[in-house]
Design a protein around this ligand. Structure first.
Ligand code: SAM
Length: 269
């Protein structure tokens, strides 16, 4: 269900996946990033992308639409969410739809076909709460990659990440509300939610709820090396002349002390 010119969005007329894709996801930017990082390392373009925790497979479908020869494997536990992707994204790919395979399974249980790139975005891998569980996932990722292959994880942090707070952002026709509900400084247990508010005053609360651990870059790097990856780079976001994030990510060993940041961790097989 989407926005029309005559009918403003309301909680009753909106679909949570439609809202999520427009407020949270940016597959074009991720595809550019993946192409750039992979080509920098291997001097060619990647073809098979595996999207872990793929949800509606928005990235997988954009990947296949992006370049002839591309194919994608999306893995997610949730059947209805995958069905939404089949109905709204695969259906628009025409002949290329056969280049997208969706698997309903645990990401730790899938190892083939082996991919050039494995992407786990929007912090979904934070669902693994223990070192043992995250390491098991990383070992499986490595086993799921071709010899020339990379794993891309996004991560966020900074002092503001550890403060229970609401953050509102205006989107076209609705307001996205990020709710950092619970943070435990000892365990890093982290519960977050997404709500959507509408111009008529209606609200879609708890549209998405996450039970996460807030992982830190050094411990994630250590685990990736322990899992056998031979190189782990951190891509840090640059800033424009006003000091605002500019969407350009470059390899860094220093970062900066922004109150809140998003970065990519890229591990090469
Ligand atoms: C935050 S959503 C991410 C959706 C999409 N990847 C994105 O970038 O926005 C998390 C998804 O991970 C799935 N999920 C959680 N644990 C999983 C697991 N162990 N294996 C496969 N999918 C899992 C959920 O069903 C949910 O669709």
């Amino acid at each position: 269900m989407g926005k029309t010119k005559t009918q403003p969005l309301t909680a009753a007329t909106s679909d949570k996946h439609w809202l999520y894709e427009r407020s949270v996801q940016n597959p074009e930017a991720e595809i550019d990033f993946i192409d750039h990082v992979f080509a920098s390392e291997y001097d060619r373009k990647p073809e098979l992308l595996r999207e872990d925790f793929c949800g509606t497979a928005f990235l997988s479908c954009e990947w296949v639409a992006h370049r002839a020869g591309n194919s994608a494997l999306g893995v997610d536990l949730d059947g209805p969410t995958l069905d939404y992707g089949r109905e709204h994204h695969l259906s628009k790919l025409g002949d290329r739809a056969e280049r997208v395979t969706l698997v309903q399974d645990d990401v730790r249980a899938v190892q083939s076909p082996k991919a050039d790139v494995l992407a786990a975005t929007n912090f979904s891998w934070w669902g693994f709460h223990t070192r043992t569980a995250l390491l098991e996932y990383m070992v499986n990722c490595r086993a799921s990659l071709r010899d020339e292959g990379m794993l891309m994880l996004d991560i966020y942090g900074g002092p503001e990440a550890q403060v229970p707070q609401f953050e509102e952002r205006e989107c076209e026709g609705f307001t996205y509300v990020w709710d950092q509900d619970v943070f435990n400084p000892i365990t890093h247990e982290y519960q977050c939610k997404i709500h959507f508010h509408f111009p008529d005053g209606s609200e879609m609360n708890n549209a998405f709820e996450y039970d996460w651990r807030l992982w830190m870059i050094p411990e994630v790097r250590d685990l990736l090396l322990e899992a056998g990856f031979h190189k782990v780079d951190v891509y840090w976001e640059g800033a424009d002349e006003d000091g605002e994030p500019d969407g350009e990510f470059v390899v860094s060993e220093e970062g900066d002390t922004s109150p809140a940041w998003v970065a990519y961790i890229v591990a090469f097989r």
